[in-house]
Write a protein that binds this ligand. Structure first.
Ligand code: HEC
Ligand code: HEC
Length: 290
């Protein structure tokens, strides 16, 4: 390999410099600057393509959350229900009505399915908080209204999974850990719920289906924060939903019942019982001595 790359390059350089008088570096400058620029541009394009490709391949939630496309009939059915019982508060085309209900543009089908399937919507009267009540519409109808609202302005969607599939795919131990970190401050350790300020409260999760749990995290109803897919990945949402499902089906997660408020309550209970026992014991001993 005597006629290697080095020799070729040297020969080329010879050719290139042949037209330029030797010893004048300025003469070659414009050409090499142009070449450097072109090289930089090409590198930039390659880098952008690479980054885009890698992002599309690994981006969390992008593929994980595609719901199946709703049919035109679903959307039409949803619009019919919407026009009959939501339009007075949320307005024609969901743009909201001053003083009655917020705009629904961009809230997504997940928020609608959650609000309607948990019976919160259609709202009856204005309280501090719209509560869960027996739903007026079936989950299929709720999903149809959701498809209609989704067609108006997009927004968060639930994955195309049944409750059983969500539970089957969840890691309960990890879900319990995530629940204690992210949710128990409001909903309590056993998901029994708890009070918040100004007459508001975090409800018990005893009746929330796995899809309700997922939708609540995705849409953050009322005073609940949104847990987007950057904070809790779809798999972590699945884990939490599966954990809450086991709490519902196995009502004794261990420890003492006492309201399922968590270890603080147990500590207080033991402290009070212990103090009373000590006082009684002291009185008894003093009584014996007299
Ligand atoms: C009596 C008035 C009223 C009616 C009827 C009503 N809503 Fe609402 N809706 C509200 C109010 C008020 C809120 C805001 C509640 C809150 O967040 O405190 C709301 C909130 C919502 C939200 C949550 C929006 C968000 O930002 O996440 C959705 C979704 C929704 N409604 C859907 C519906 C649908 C679907 C219907 C019909 C089946 C309906 N509503 C009927 C008053 C109403
Ligand atoms: C800052 C307090 C707060 C935190 C933290 C919080 N929530 Fe909530 N959550 C609420 C409130 C308030 C509501 C009631 C919203 C409503 O009625 O529209 C709620 C409602 C819910 C519901 C609906 C219950 C039903 O009626 O079916 C579910 C499910 C839920 N939360 C799950 C979770 C999960 C899971 C987490 C943790 C990832 C979490 N929440 C974290 C305050 C909170």
């Amino acid at each position: 390999m005597t006629f290697g790359l080095g020799r070729m390059r040297r020969a080329l350089r010879h050719l290139g410099s042949a037209r330029v008088p030797a010893g004048s570096p300025r003469a070659t400058a414009p050409r090499s600057r142009w070449r450097r620029r072109a090289g930089n541009a090409a590198r930039m394009v390659v880098a952008l393509l690479l980054v885009g490709g890698v992002y599309a391949a690994v981006a969390p939630g992008v593929q994980a959350n595609v719901a199946s496309q709703p049919s035109a009939e679903d959307i039409a059915e949803g619009k019919a229900i919407y026009d009959a019982s939501c339009i007075t508060c949320h307005g024609r085309n969901g743009q909201g009505v001053e003083g009655r209900g917020p705009s629904l543009i961009g809230v997504g089908s997940a928020a609608v399915e959650f609000q309607v399937a948990t019976g919160r919507m259609p709202a009856a009267r204005q309280d501090a908080q719209v509560e869960r009540k027996p739903p007026r519409y079936t989950r299929e109808q709720a999903q149809a209204i959701g498809a209609y609202i989704q067609s108006l302005g997009g927004g968060p969607e639930l994955p195309d999974e049944t409750d059983e599939q969500i539970v089957a795919g969840g890691d309960i131990a990890n879900g319990g850990r995530l629940f204690r970190v992210n949710c128990s401050s409001c909903h309590a350790f056993g998901a029994g719920g708890g009070a918040l300020s100004s007459g508001k409260f975090a409800p018990s999760l005893a009746n929330s289906t796995p899809r309700d749990v997922w939708a609540a995290m995705l849409t953050g109803p009322q005073n609940m924060p949104v847990f987007g897919n950057n904070q809790l990945s779809p798999q972590e949402k699945r884990d939490i939903a599966a954990y809450i499902y086991t709490l519902q089906t196995d009502p004794d997660p261990g420890g003492w019942g006492i309201g399922r408020l968590g270890p603080a309550a147990e500590g207080v209970a033991i402290f009070l019982i212990g103090m009373v026992a000590l006082v009684l014991a002291t009185l008894w001993i003093v009584g014996k001595q007299q």
